[in-house]
Design a protein around this ligand. Structure first.
Ligand code: ADP
Length: 330
């Protein structure tokens, strides 16, 4: 995609340079014509005054009202050429800037969509292939109890991954379609427990520390939306941290609001210049060719949209000594 982007930039620069040069050339030509016109008109005036007398005084001629009128018209034309030249150049620059920006956005969206299709294909193919292999193994080979349990655990992990992917896709599609939260009294403690249990299936080595006050009240929120927020943040924290690194998830009361959810990990962290972009749809940090982790770029988009539709907000900061902290306030 890079060569396409840079050739677009070169093309735009070349067109802009050509148009500015063409404008400059025509402005210069007009300026010269204006000067020539003044010279010719002055000569005509001189001839008119010379008709009767001999040896007319040039200084006196320049002080006549006719010559002053010629001079004023000449200056007016100069001002017109200058102001219109500047105005057209500005309009041209602005127009090209708008076209260039739209083209760059289009290219970036197309690239993100392609990456999304690639990652979704991969996300669907691998668990399906793994489950098929597990079923074939069970059908064709005599297995002992321990082996069956292992295959079932792997199958459940793949099914949980697929389930979460499908939930994310459905919710993302609904968010596009003017989704409104179905607000009801929700037990966040229960949601937290379910999400941690789900995460333990997908990441058996996960160490999740949960912290929530015992008497935490029910929260007015959309159950599915809130579950998706917690699940996505927890899943990312586990996915992007080295295996076995602890992840802390906490809920606390917040004055003027219902709650604050914090998910902190000790993973690689997120570069400062990417912190805003990660909430965009399909956005994934890094290079598609070299990236090790799987994903669709939908998780944080869903988190930010659900928070926004609950009149809340979400942000990310660095953890200490390393890692990331996501904070959602509702
Ligand atoms: P994905 O399906 O790629 O995980 P998300 O929208 O959930 O999509 O996240 C967007 C990007 O933000 C990810 O590709 C990843 O690079 C980055 N990211 C999200 N959470 C974390 C985290 N806890 N630690 C490091 N990077 C993260």
């Amino acid at each position: 995609m890079k060569p396409r982007r840079s050739s677009l930039r070169w093309l735009t620069t070349a067109v802009l340079a050509y148009m500015v040069l063409a404008f400059a050339w025509w402005a210069f030509e007009l300026w010269r014509q204006n000067d020539r016109l003044l010279g010719l008109s002055a000569q005509l005036l001189e001839l008119k005054h010379n008709a009767g007398k001999r040896g007319v005084n040039l200084t006196a001629l320049r002080e006549t009202a006719e010559y002053q009128a010629l001079l004023a018209r000449h200056r007016k034309h100069q001002r017109m050429i200058l102001s219109e030249g500047v105005f057209f150049t500005l309009c041209l620059g602005f127009g090209l800037w708008v076209i260039n920006r739209a083209a760059r956005r289009e290219l970036s969206l197309a690239r993100q969509r392609r990456n999304f299709m690639l990652s979704i294909t991969h996300e669907l193919k691998s668990p399906i292939a793994a489950m098929r292999l597990a079923l074939e193994t069970m059908a064709l080979r005599p297995l002992n109890r321990e082996q069956v349990e292992k295959i079932c655990a792997n199958g459940m992990r793949d099914a949980a991954r697929l389930q979460m992917l499908v939930d994310d896709l459905l919710l993302a599609a609904r968010l596009e379609d003017n989704w409104r939260p179905h607000v009801e009294a929700v037990d966040v403690r229960q949601i937290l427990q379910d999400c941690v249990a789900n995460a333990q299936v997908r990441f058996p080595e996960a160490r999740v520390q949960v912290s929530i006050p015992t008497d935490f009240p029910l929260v007015q929120a959309d159950r599915l939306g809130l579950t998706s927020v917690v699940q996505n943040l927890l899943d990312n924290a586990l996915k992007y941290s080295p295996p076995g690194e602890p992840v802390r998830i906490s809920i606390e009361p917040l004055s003027g609001r219902q709650m604050r959810l914090t998910v902190a990990d000790q993973g690689p962290g997120i570069p400062d210049d990417e912190k805003a972009a990660i909430f965009e749809k399909f956005y994934r940090v890094g290079n598609e060719e070299t990236r090790q982790t799987t994903g669709t770029g939908l998780g944080l988009y869903i988190v930010s949209q659900v928070a926004r539709l609950h009149h809340g907000n979400v942000w990310v900061r660095d953890n200490s000594p390393r890692g990331t902290v996501f904070v959602v306030e509702l």
